[in-house]
Design a binder for this molecule. Structure first.
Ligand SMILES: Nc1ncnc2c1ncn2[C@@H]1O[C@H](COP(=O)(O)OP(=O)(O)OP(=O)(O)O)[C@@H](O)[C@H]1O
Ligand SMILES: [Mg+2]
Length: 310
């Protein structure tokens, strides 16, 4: 099966000076929920517009569902749903009219499924779209996107503006789509919003893709602060040079350190002594993520990121 999305050295300059994205090599396997994360102006929407052939690249290529985004655009359009960040909809229509119209454009729509989506997202389809709040407009876009059961959903910041309950329902929809082998590509600024939903995330900053990782790998890379309280004397030398273990301080029978990755080596050495208590404080994924985001000083993670992107 071809990748749902595959780009090679995808680059977009808007004019000579405005950087869109640079040399983006991205592969999103089919059947995944993929989070595309980056701060404002990073290049998320630019990448998405390139994937949809709404803009043309300066250089590089993009394929969607194994097809060339430009040459095979019509074929792709029938198999992909896109919800842009800022929806401009036909505002004078009611939600129901608009969904019917969009459904007709696509051919046949499973009306029972569409109505179920409307109900689950608590969308009032009797109101004219232009009178809807931002979040409710977003729901119209989401119903329209999901109702055709596309092979690939490309959603530009879909959760912005949704209240927590609807956000949860949206996540269920994504998981159901994945369960049916479909692919969901979601952009976001906020890792916590998508970390429990996504299988993998790509992190983009200043137009460059820094890393693509599984959430599990990101978590493994998390630094942990560890404190071990001992009942008797310990030999500090025993704790020197353990893999991934840094900043070891032993004071008043309490060892504190930071550990990256597995705790195994440390715990095995500690077990030679009498352990009274053990406390582990995990760095949040958000902190790892901010290290990718942070300007210039993406220390530990930044180095790894360069490696991962290579
Ligand atoms: N039409 C345009 N003309 C000129 N520059 C543009 C245009 N669209 C985007 N850019 C520039 O491209 C860069 C990437 O913008 P893009 O909209 O892709 O970012 P984004 O990651 O989607 O940000 P946000 O989170 O704010 O939506 C920015 O520096 C932006 O100024
Ligand atoms: Mg954007």
């Amino acid at each position: 099966m071809p990748a749902a999305i595959e780009t090679s050295k995808l680059t977009k300059w808007y004019g000579h000076h405005s950087r869109g994205v640079i040399d983006v090599d991205l592969v999103v396997e089919a059947g995944q929920i993929f989070g595309f994360l980056g701060p404002n102006g990073a290049g998320k929407s630019t990448t998405i517009r390139l994937l949809l052939d709404l803009i043309r690249p300066t250089s590089g290529t993009a394929r969607v569902l194994g097809l060339d985004v430009h040459r095979d655009r019509l074929a792709i359009d029938r198999r992909v749903s896109y919800v842009p960040g800022e929806l401009s909809l036909y505002g004078d229509l009611t939600g129901r009219q608009l969904l019917t119209y969009l459904g007709n454009l696509q051919g046949t729509v499973d009306e029972a499924y569409r109505d179920k989506l409307v109900e689950r997202l608590e969308l009032d389809t009797s109101r004219r779209v232009k009178t809807l709040s931002r979040g409710n407009k977003q729901k119209v876009g989401l119903v329209a996107a999901f109702m055709i059961r596309p092979e690939l959903l490309i959603l530009d910041e879909p959760t912005a503006g949704l209240d927590p309950f609807i956000q949860l329902e949206f996540e269920h929809l994504c998981e159901e789509a994945r369960g049916e082998g479909r692919t969901v590509f979601i952009s976001s600024h906020q890792l916590p919003e998508v970390e429990h939903l996504c299988d993998r995330v790509g992190i983009i900053r200043e137009g460059r893709l820094l890393a693509v990782e599984s959430i599990a790998t990101l978590k493994e890379r998390a630094l942990r602060k560890l404190e071990i309280e001992f009942g008797g004397a310990v030999d500090p030398a025993a704790f020197a040079g353990l893999p991934g273990v840094q900043d070891v301080v032993i004071e008043k029978g309490v060892l504190s350190c930071t550990v990256m990755g597995s705790l195994d080596a440390l715990v095995k050495v500690a077990a030679r002594f009498e352990v009274v208590n053990l406390r582990s404080i995990e760095t949040s994924l958000e902190e790892i993520f901010m290290a990718y985001y942070g300007a210039g000083d993406a220390t530990v993670v930044g180095k790894e990121a360069g490696h991962a992107a290579a």
